[in-house]
Design a protein around this ligand. Structure first.
Ligand SMILES: Cc1cc2nc3c(=O)[nH]c(=O)nc-3n(C[C@H](O)[C@H](O)[C@H](O)COP(=O)(O)OP(=O)(O)OC[C@H]3O[C@@H](n4cnc5c(N)ncnc54)[C@H](O)[C@@H]3O)c2cc1C
Length: 371
């Protein structure tokens, strides 16, 4: 196998899959390296903002065998279980990553993109003299590439090898996901607050419901297990509790991740174009990390296709990334603070109820426009 590539994409979440798809579609030689094998579950709320609907439909990247739930209402429950519901201007739809990522992976292959799954990239170094990247994979193979897109998500071994500043900071957050069968309004995305975090619910394909929460690592340590923590902390919200006690849980065990970090990151580091969470994770309560990953994947592919030199590619990418995402990420970090505490969640509920203009503005300013 030829070890030299025009572009290597590291990580096959939405950012990596979309950039690979667009490069392959434009006739560029591209290799995507993903450490897991499709299809697989990920911790994610699986609510997709409609800002990506036109793009996904135009590119035929949505599976057609499902009637996807259209979501146009937002329900907010404070830690005491009192709730308020408000319409969503743009809205979204629900679809599992298990289905969506696998579907796009097959579209990448159809367009002639190469994909290596089940193998991790161990290191990536830019060789200034040769003006190319050298990559080492866990199976011992080595690759060279003119361009590298880093789409390896919120936290990867590579962040350490690249000495990225944020990796030194510990994060208090954990993420947990289930698919359940329960009685839940198809047109609503809900956020139930509890001490130290919040839990999202929305319907996905085949009438299943995604239940996904951001919790506090300290609570997990205190109670010793996910189950005990849920009982002692999440169930204290009386509106959230029935989803745990009266639902059918479809996984044998939950999907869990830790060290979820909302620190600032750079969109280009060591000449790597960082796309999706590897360039910055927006707080999940905004419900548009996937839309941002899709959009960033598109921007990275366009920068490589249109830039005439490395400098131009990087400058184009940084400019478009900053103008679309920098403000949203900043506001997301501020909004994150309104959640997970008793007082703040009551205040937020009252705000949504009595001053809907402010919550509408927050939603507008953390979301992008259809593209
Ligand atoms: C609790 C929680 C709930 C969320 N809910 C929502 C929601 O409802 N809606 C929404 O829009 N967003 C949500 N998000 C955010 C969303 O999940 C992310 O923003 C999105 O998945 C980012 O996509 P990505 O492609 O950047 O990264 P990922 O989807 O994480 O993909 C990164 C990929 O890189 C691979 N990888 C990592 N390191 C290597 C390596 N060294 N070599 C090879 N492969 C590697 C990983 O295996 C992974 O497949 C949520 C996030 C959390 C934590």
């Amino acid at each position: 196998m030829n070890d030299r590539h025009n572009t290597v994409v590291i990580g096959g979440g939405l950012a990596g899959l979309i950039s690979t798809y667009l490069l392959a579609k434009a006739g560029r030689e591209v290799l995507l390296v993903e450490k897991k094998s499709y299809p697989f579950h990920r911790v994610c709320g699986e609510y997709l903002s409609n800002e990506v609907l036109d793009f996904l439909q135009r590119e035929d990247l949505l599976p057609s065998q499902f009637e996807l739930p259209q979501i146009n209402r937002f329900l907010f429950s404070d830690t005491a279980g009192k709730s308020v519901s408000t319409p969503l201007d743009l809205g979204g739809f629900g679809l599992s990553r298990y289905v969506l990522d696998d579907h796009i992976y097959h579209k990448v292959l159809e367009k002639g993109g190469a994909v290596q799954t089940g193998v991790q990239v161990e290191s990536v170094v830019f060789d200034e003299k040769e003006n190319l990247f050298r990559l080492e994979l866990a199976d011992g193979s080595q690759l060279r590439a003119e361009n590298v897109i880093g789409a390896f998500g919120k936290r990867s071994k590579l962040d350490k090898t690249l000495n990225r500043a944020f990796i030194e900071k510990r994060s208090p957050y954990i993420g947990v996901k289930y698919h359940i069968k329960t009685d839940f309004d198809r047109s609503t995305v809900a956020l139930y607050n509890f001490k130290g975090g919040y839990c999202g619910l929305n319907t996905i394909e085949e009438g299943k419901v995604n239940l996904c929460y951001l919790g506090d690592r300290e609570q997990l340590r205190k109670y010793g297990s996910i189950e005990a923590m849920e009982r002692e902390v999440l169930w204290k919200n009386p509106s959230l509790r029935p989803f745990f006690t009266d639902s059918e849980f479809l996984f044998d065990k939950p999907e869990v991740i830790n060290e979820i970090n909302f620190e600032r990151k750079k969109p280009v580091e060591n000449h790597i174009l960082m796309a999706g969470d590897s360039a910055g994770l927006i707080t999940p309560l905004c419900g548009n990390g996937m839309a941002m990953a899709i959009h960033a994947g598109k921007l990275a592919a366009e920068a490589i296709l249109e830039g005439k030199s490395r400098e131009e590619i990087e400058a184009r990418y940084v400019h478009s990334w900053k103008s679309l995402f920098e403000r949203r990420l900043w506001l997301g970090r501020k909004v994150q603070r309104l959640f997970g505490s008793y007082q703040a969640s009551i205040l937020t509920r009252k705000l949504i109820q009595h001053v809907p203009f402010i919550s509408d503005q927050i939603i507008k300013n953390t979301h992008g426009k259809p593209f």
